[in-house]
Design a protein around this ligand. Structure first.
Ligand code: GDP
Ligand code: MG
Length: 360
């Protein structure tokens, strides 16, 4: 999964990027509108256990990547300033993480002149809507023109999807709020609309507000929804603590009441928001964790591992992690006869250990 960190200038985007990626000293400079990117390993105690059960095999965790995007400001969605190139680059992301400033700091003026998280959330939401509307309208015009010229190769479904999208966007409704049938959903995904992406609103609070997260988020709850999550984090404090050696960090966490490290809370929120599950493979050389969309099939799991596995898919041998752990190893589970044979439509369950049988 790829998560694009976005926000107004000086709100803590780079601080969150450093925290999320464990690159605590990463430079603040960004390379062009795409921003800086880093890959993080997603820790999973089940994978550690699997590696212990299969000595000699390499442990390969699932990964997520974060992008530290350059700042967005008013007008970006209408193509003003560098913001429009930033928005275009963000279309590659699977989810957006909007860092919203809610910390007082006299030395750092807020670009909008005052501290108002709800306003800032609305401000960027508008820029995303405008950018998507621009994409939809341009595409509609192109299809209509092709139809006028009598071209028969246009997909009428595409025009219908785009018109419905443009209508929603004009009414200031993000596309993630619409329900499309699966085939149209796939078409829509091809356009990489920003307002169709899951959104994590990260309210960056000051250290003095630790412990008041619930109250702070309370006023913003109405902005959350099925594919919009809210999280309050004191990014700067979390980063300072993360830089300490483990013993000092633990002591500080206890003092500040930060029981779950910020980076972990972030990853958990993001994968929950994206509706991801984890499955595992135990191969000849490595034990490995993979992420997959919830509801995805055994065939999609095979394709995640290797396109050849999907092409030549025969069956998947499946055993839940807990059952494998009880048997002691994959070989042990096989001996006990607890591997199930599943077909390509089998919906993968979080924690499944999967061996794909395929022909070349
Ligand atoms: N006081 C305070 N300062 C913060 C906090 N989060 C970030 N900052 C500071 O705000 C400035 C901008 O942060 P940065 O992460 O570079 O923001 P970006 O421009 O959005 O990437 C830096 O000086 C940070 O140290 C916070 O929670 N409290
Ligand atoms: Mg920055």
């Amino acid at each position: 999964m790829k998560i694009g960190i976005v926000g107004l200038p000086q709100v803590g985007k780079t601080t969150v990027f450093r925290l999320a990626t464990g690159q605590h000293e990463a430079p603040a400079g960004q390379a062009g509108p795409e921003g800086a990117q880093a890959v993080v390993r997603i820790p999973d105690p089940r994978l550690t256990a699997l590696a212990r059960m299969h000595p000699g095999k390499k442990l390969v965790p699932a990964t997520a990547s974060f992008v530290d995007s350059p700042p967005l400001t008013r007008g970006a969605g209408k193509g003003e300033g560098v913001g429009s190139a930033v928005l275009t680059a963000l279309r590659q992301a699977d989810a957006l993480l909007h860092v919203v400033r809610d910390f007082e700091e006299a030395r750092i003026p807020h670009v909008e002149g005052s501290l108002d998280p709800a306003r800032d959330i609305g401000l960027l939401a508008t820029e995303f809507l405008l950018a998507d509307l621009d994409v939809a309208e341009k595409r509609i015009l192109r299809i209509e023109e092709a139809l006028r010229k009598g071209r028969k190769d246009q997909n009428p479904r595409e025009l219908a999807v785009l018109r419905r999208s443009a209508e929603a966007l004009q009414a200031e409704r993000p596309l993630r709020d619409l329900d499309f049938p699966p085939a149209e959903e796939r078409l829509l995904r091809g356009f990489q609309f920003l307002t169709a992406k899951p959104l994590l609103l990260l309210v960056n609070i000051g250290e003095e507000d630790l412990g008041k997260e619930e109250a702070i988020l309370g006023g913003l709850r109405s902005l959350a929804g099925p594919r919009v999550a809210l999280l309050a984090l004191a990014a700067k404090t979390e980063l300072e603590v993360a830089r300490l050696d483990p013993e000092d960090a633990a002591a500080f966490r206890r003092d500040l009441g930060l029981d779950v490290p910020g980076a972990e809370r972030l990853l958990r929120s993001a994968s929950g928001l994206l509706g991801l599950l984890t499955f595992f493979t135990v191969g000849d050389e490595e034990v490995r964790a993979w992420t997959l969309r919830r509801g995805a099939s055994a065939l999609e799991a095979a394709g995640t591992i290797h396109t050849d596995f999907a092409k030549g898919f025969i069956k998947a041998e499946v055993v839940p992690f807990a059952a494998l752990a009880e048997a002691g190893s994959l070989a042990g589970a096989k001996k006990k006869g607890i591997l199930r044979l599943e077909g390509k439509d089998y919906p993968v369950v979080d924690g499944d250990v999967i061996t794909v049988r395929f022909s070349v």
